[in-house]
Design a protein around this ligand. Structure first.
Ligand code: GLU
Length: 283
């Protein structure tokens, strides 16, 4: 029988883990272990320019040192690009994705010309320029080999999915509104053949994750993830977005706070129990 509680920690190997990551990992691990469920580890390394193998090795080593164990093999996203491609193809064949040839500069110019752009979770929303391209022009530019990203036609996708909610622990059913938060979001970048949103949602489904735990900074992304789950008929988990750890200055911890990397703390003589306590979980 499938375990009723499956959580995961899904860091990107772009640097050393710090106390904020330890908090996230311990949060997910403790929930799984308390429920007799499974805790999975996944490396989100699709951004080949920013990810490095030595950071991936350091993540496994630092988590083990911290006292965490995980179930099954570590899932490494870069080994599953064909699966993400298949999801993009499925969405394209249903007319829910379109190629976007715009450069960043062209988008900025377009927004300036319009005079305003609604703001979403990650900044100004894409004004929909390439969504309005005539089919022949689109086909001709693809045939010419022009580089393009793939964007979700979010209004069409929401119309196909119907009204949606996501279950956030402690909050209940949250009404899903990806159009306001993300607009026509990029699901495959010109330089990276799949986006974080696509891969994370696909993988949570494939891995049978039942409770997605992560920092509050990623809470808006749930709107998009819930939509992708509906479009792809994937199982729907619950979510718990936890507060972010802050430093002595009250600011959230970041990878640049090198002194708070698990490695630096360990080299400075801190024990794993001390670091767990610093990350908010006393034994
Ligand atoms: N890979 C993401 C990060 O390192 C986390 C993904 C998630 O938990 O949904 O920020």
């Amino acid at each position: 029988m499938a375990p009723s509680m499956v959580t995961r920690f899904a860091p990107s190997p772009t640097g050393l883990l710090h106390l904020g990551h330890a908090h996230s990992a311990l949060f997910a691990w403790r929930r799984a272990r308390a429920a007799g469920g499974q805790f999975l580890l996944r490396l989100e390394d699709i951004d080949r320019a920013r990810c490095r193998p030595e950071f991936a090795d350091a993540i496994l080593e630092d988590l083990a040192w911290l006292g965490l164990d995980w179930d099954g093999a570590v899932r490494v996203q870069s080994q599953h690009m064909d699966e993400y491609r298949a999801v993009l193809d499925a969405l394209t064949s249903r007319g829910l994705l379109y190629p976007c040839f715009c450069t960043r500069a062209a988008i900025v110019r377009e927004i300036a010309a319009i005079g305003h752009a609604p703001h979403g979770a990650d900044g100004p929303l894409y004004p929909g320029t390439c969504r309005r391209l005539p089919a022949e022009e689109r086909a001709a530019r693809v045939a010419r080999g022009e580089a393009y990203a793939l964007r979700l036609d979010t209004a069409a996708a929401m119309a196909a999915a119907g009204p949606l909610t996501a279950e956030e622990e402690g909050e209940g059913a949250v009404v899903i509104d990806p159009a306001t938060l993300f607009g026509d979001v990029v699901l495959a970048r010109k330089d990276t053949p799949a986006s974080y949103h696509l891969c994370v949602t696909h993988d949570d489904a494939v891995q049978g994750v039942t409770l997605v735990t992560r920092g509050l900074d990623l809470k808006p992304a749930t709107h998009l993830h819930r939509l992708l789950q509906a479009l792809m008929s994937w199982p729907v988990p619950r979510w718990h977005h936890h507060a972010l750890l802050t430093g002595a200055d009250g600011k959230r911890l970041a990878k640049r706070d090198a002194a708070l990397s698990l490695r630096a703390l360990r080299e400075a003589g801190r024990s794993a129990a001390e670091v767990r306590a610093m990350a908010g979980f006393s034994d």
